[in-house]
Design a protein around this ligand. Sequence first.
Ligand code: ADP
Ligand code: MG
Length: 351
Amino acid sequence: MELHIALQKNFGSFTLDVDSTLHGNRIGLFGPSGSGKSTLVSLIAGLQQAESGRILLDGDLLYDTNRRINVSPDKRRIGIIFQRPHLFPHLNVKNNLLYGFKRSTAGNRTIDFDTLADVLRISHLLDRGVNNLSGGEKQRVAIGRAVLSNPRLLLMDEPLSGLDDTLRFQIISYLKSACEIFAIPYFFISHSILEMRLMTDQVLSIEQGRIIEETTPEHLSRIHMGLNPAGYVNLLKLASSYQLEDMRVYLWGNAELFISGKNDQPDSLFELSSKDIILFKRHPEAISARNLLQCVVTGIFESGGKVGIELGCGDERLVAEVVHQVVGELDIVVGSTVFAAIKASAFRRLG
Ligand code: ADP
Ligand code: MG
């Protein structure tokens, strides 16, 4: 997907002023509340008009103030998923889903209804009224309706913000599968760095109506580490495991990780804060933490007055966060060996 946006829009003291060409299929837009994210979404979708500018999607001109072109929202073939599902209350689940499908032209109807309902796990809900659905089910129906209209671009404006954590990570996996299976490029808006990591390959940072940076989700996490209460979030996808009393033991890199609790899922995603890793210069004699990993320092970076230490453990990477003095006291340089201690209870399962 290629999207060119050059747009200016004024709301009193607030001005949105962007000029970017985006290439990719999983693009994030990250910024604080009030930075102009929703305004940009509504301009791309055609729900509002800019004072001046141009929008080109895959070479098609959708909006151009100079040439007085303004393709109407229903002809842009752009789908939107909002924070709240906005379903039609008088229609059942099936007819809500089919709404977008019926409005797409026959030639664009390439998405198979039954496959999509299956991917989103809503096949058993089709005859239900939408008022009898849970929050997560409603959001899955909203996703299905947007995907079934077979958009060439899907805009998602903080679609996960209203959900609790468990639901959030379930919906993320449905969203990713649906967009991947049906090859739908998307523009994903959020103020959560973790969501950016899970949903996107590249991120635009927006502040006060201007795009200030184009970066990767990984780099975004690192530059926010020192100021983020959660630090840098290490994401670990863990598969083969066995139970050992009240802990689960996972193979990871060239080591084993001990994680508190039981887990019968075949594979799981865990988060581990950079603040929960304690570094030792030498192998400690005896410690209470269940995990002690011998690592090589593969990188050092600064963020918000703190230092991030990138640790190589076999082919795997972790980021630990320390204060400046520690770097000197432990003689930490790229290439040095350190021991990382992590409590079994420090890992949190995301899904
Ligand atoms: P975000 O989605 O990043 O939170 P918005 O795009 O909703 O930000 O809003 C950006 C700025 O534009 C805010 O200052 C907001 O108050 C203002 N704004 C948005 N829509 C309107 C509108 N229809 N009328 C006046 N001001 C608006
Ligand atoms: Mg918004």
